[in-house]
Design a protein around this ligand. Structure first.
Ligand SMILES: N[C@@H](CCC[C@H](N)C(=O)O)C(=O)O
Length: 275
């Protein structure tokens, strides 16, 4: 099986073409390919499929084999893959995901996709849609997870996201707290957990504990959800630079309620897998 290894700010993916397998088989394949010692190593796999309603359809499976509805960094890599390999040499292009069709704009350099902008769609705050076991929107809401209290803001931004604002960013236990909130009974489909330190009205630092992948170097949907949470909690305006462990993303939440994410996508190598 031929594959391409890519990353968006260190959130890394193995891109493969659809070979007709079903989702269960892709799920098993993802956990094998993504293994850092016994496989190629990645946070997830992206499967390139044909679409009847868009230029292409992306499936994403996390490193633990679970399937996600959307992936921001993955979608930038996916668009670059389509563009650079002439699978879809269109700009803008549309890509279908389990979270709906996304419009993608390519910024080209040396005849290849360099930066990619995606209209990530609208954040959904309605608890039953996230889904989350709350009766009112979760904005600066107190929860208890394993006996410890946290103030959280949650939404569906393609996938479920929870934001925890922290002051002492460098000494925060991302993994310990992330796991507790991810698996708490508030979120029946689990949640990604984003730790955010606001630097000023236009910049924040973020680290994400991801559902199905653990602590990653960057999360695109997470950075978008974080900007919405920052604005809802009056901590920033509706446009900011997100500083992730792997680099920066530019995020805008516009007046029509759409969130735009712009950032790089990198091809690392191509290879053949015998798994
Ligand atoms: N890293 C991604 C999000 C991938 C999906 C997530 N782990 C989930 O299962 O919800 C991004 O860049 O958005």
């Amino acid at each position: 099986m031929l594959f391409t290894k890519m990353h968006g700010l260190g959130n890394d993916f193995i891109v493969i073409e659809d070979n007709g397998m079903d989702d269960n088989d892709y799920s098993t394949l993802a956990s094998k390919l993504c293994h850092r010692h016994f496989g190629i190593g990645a946070d997830g796999i992206l499967v390139v499929k044909k679409s009847e309603i868009a230029d292409s359809k992306m499936l994403i499976f996390n490193s633990d084999g679970s399937q996600a509805e959307m992936c921001g960094n993955g979608l930038r890599c996916y668009a670059k893959y389509l563009y650079d390999n002439n699978v879809v040499r269109k700009n803008p292009m549309t890509i279908d995901t389990l979270d709906g069709v996304k419009k993608v704009l390519i910024e080209e350099k040396n005849n290849e996709a360099n930066k990619v902008q995606i209209n990530m769609g609208k954040p959904i705050l309605e608890p039953s849609v996230i889904p989350a076991n709350f009766t009112e929107n979760i904005i600066n809401t107190k929860i208890t997870a394993d006996g410890e209290e946290f103030q959280i803001t949650s939404m569906l931004m393609g996938v479920p996201h929870t934001i925890v604002f922290v002051e002492d960013f460098d000494n925060t236990d991302f993994e310990g707290i992330g796991k507790r909130i991810e698996n708490s009974s508030y979120f029946p489909k689990k949640t990604n957990v984003n730790f955010v330190k606001v630097m000023n009205g236009k910049e924040f630092k973020i680290r994400t504990w991801e559902r199905g992948a653990g602590l990653t170097l960057a999360c695109g949907t997470g950075a978008c959800a974080a900007l919405v949470a920052c604005a809802l909690n009056n901590k920033t305006g509706k446009e900011a630079l997100a500083h992730l462990a792997g680099g920066d993303l530019h995020i805008i939440w516009d007046d029509s309620n759409d969130v735009y994410m712009t950032g790089p996508a990198i091809t690392v190598f191509k290879g053949e897998s015998f798994i």
